[in-house]
Design a protein around this ligand. Sequence first.
Ligand SMILES: Cc1ncc(COP(=O)(O)O)c(C=O)c1O
Length: 363
Amino acid sequence: MKIAAFKIEEWMNRYCPRAEYDLTTTCIAPLSINELPYSKEIFNVKLGYGDIEGSLRLKTAIKSLYENQETENITVTHGAIGANQLVFLSLLEKGDEVVSIVPAYQQHYSIPESLGCRVKLYFLKEENKWLPDLEELDRVITSKTKLLCLNNPNNPTGSVMPDWMLEEIVKIAHKKNVWILSDEVYRGLNLIGKPYSKSIADLYERGISVGSMSKTYSLPGLRVGWIVGREDLIKEINHQRQYNTISVSILDDYFAASALENKDFISQRNFQIMHNGINILKQWLKNNLEFSCIIPAGGTTAFLKYNFDISSVEFCKKIQYLSGVALLPGETMEKDGYVRLGFCAENLQPALKQISTCLLSLR
Ligand SMILES: Cc1ncc(COP(=O)(O)O)c(C=O)c1O
């Protein structure tokens, strides 16, 4: 199966290791094992495959994040990246029509394209605060569409679809018999209102929610994600899953369950980091008028428009060369003229200061 290059991953692999400061990150200060509650018994656990589809303890902890799901509606995967891929492999066939809301994670359109699907990109617009225009979306989704992909809260823009909007999107999808894959890896990180938006799996019988330990729970190194959806779909996904997962590591399963059972302390710590990051960013934007952005309502990234007549790829290369700070070009997310900045990054303040200094030579 031929597939397009994954542009953000290629960029990050190439530029981040050489950066003095890395602002491409989407994570919030990953936790160590020592910061998680665990019992010493874990050191005696035999490192077999463990529970193939995820332990009951882990699935029960995942279930608690949703309003009306059962453990049978959940399967555990290798991160959200494994979850998204399994959904596409299970649901799609050559010729199917897929609508993907972008900018978003490239998996959402490049995997369907590689499977021979007809993919339509629906671009969010800054003038709409990076939220979909429902009338437009209703026109883009047709009775031929099989799957709508969205990412809420959104990476890179930090926009959060309000619950009423999700309900309206469900109505559109229901009318046309369309599945919705909602990549919810940043769910639980809303900066305004309740931290958790509604989950698509709780709103819609054809809603498929993907979550993971990587962002909201600061444990990307565990490589644990999950899919929540209708039981018959989860069965279908598990059938595919046997070919590429077997199980997640028994250690990852254990620590993921422990973290979710104690998620309040992770959440408190992460909100402090997020608010601090947003305040630093707001202050910096006031003093650096070459940049502007819609202040994120959630998630961990902001999408900054820059006022220089240069492509985002060239701009990021220049910034990194002159300041040592790695940023992600919007072009890698199909939106040139912008850069993505992880506002929860370590050393955000000194990194932004370095960017300000180097702007003098770009002006
Ligand atoms: C929207 C989105 N989905 C999925 C992933 C992959 O997450 P995971 O580390 O859980 O595989 C990312 C990682 O950046 C992401 O931003």
